[in-house]
Design a protein around this ligand. Structure first.
Ligand code: SF4
Length: 170
C-alpha cells in the first residue's frame, strides 16, 4: 500500500499509542474501496472513524482516572470479572469514586517481580492516571499465594507520584 507524503505527515500526528492500529485500519478501508494509495483525506476519515473517540476532550480533564494491576499467574484462570463488577458497582475498594471516574488501564504485572508494571504505569501517566489499584488476587492467600513483591511494586508506583490503593473487590 502506498502513502502520499501528506497522508504520512497526517499519520505522524496521530498519538503513538494508536498509530499502528490506525494505519492498519485506514489501509483496510482503502483496500476495501479497491484502491492502493492512501491520501490525507483517507487518514482524516480514518481519524474520525477510528481515533477521535480516544482523544481527550476538555471535559475529560476533570475525570479521575484509575488502573488495576493484577497477578500475571492468576490471570491465567481469572478474566477479571470481579474487579470490573466491583468498579462498576462502586463496591469495596472502589466505593469512594463518583461517576466521573473511569478505568483507563487493566493490566497484568508481567510476571515476578512485576517486570511490566513500571513501564505501563509510565505509559498510563501520559493519559492522566491518578491511582493504581493492586488487585485483590495480589494481596490474598487463596488458590495462589499472595504476591511476595507487593511492597516493592507499591513503592515503585508511588515513587512516580501515583496513588496506590491496596485491593479491588475484597
Ligand atoms: S510479581 Fe506478584 S503479582 Fe506478579 S506474577 Fe509474581 S506473584 Fe503475581
Amino acid at each position: 500500500m502506498e502513502w502520499t507524503e501528506e497522508a504520512q505527515a497526517y499519520l505522524e500526528r496521530v498519538p503513538s499509542f494508536v498509530r499502528s492500529m490506525a494505519k492498519r485500519a485506514v489501509e483496510k478501508d482503502v483496500r476495501s474501496q479497491g484502491r492502493n494509495q492512501v491520501t490525507a483525506e483517507d487518514v482524516a476519515r480514518g481519524h474520525k472513524k477510528h481515533i477521535a473517540f480516544a482523544e481527550d476532550k476538555p471535559e475529560d480533564q476533570a475525570k479521575t482516572r484509575i488502573a488495576v494491576v493484577r497477578c500475571e499467574t492468576v490471570s491465567e484462570v481469572c478474566p477479571g470479572v470481579a474487579c470490573f463488577k466491583a468498579f462498576n458497582k462502586r463496591h469495596s475498594h472502589f466505593k469512594d469514586y463518583d461517576d466521573n471516574t473511569e478505568i483507563i488501564g487493566f493490566f497484568t504485572c508481567g510476571g515476578c517481580p512485576g517486570r511490566r508494571v513500571s513501564r505501563l504505569v509510565n505509559s498510563l501517566k501520559k493519559h492522566g492516571l491518578d491511582a493504581v489499584h493492586l488487585s485483590s488476587c495480589m494481596l490474598l492467600e487463596g488458590d495462589y499465594p499472595a504476591c511476595p513483591h507487593v511492597k516493592e511494586i507499591k513503592a515503585m508506583i508511588e515513587s512516580k507520584g501515583i496513588k496506590v490503593v491496596e485491593g479491588t473487590h475484597h
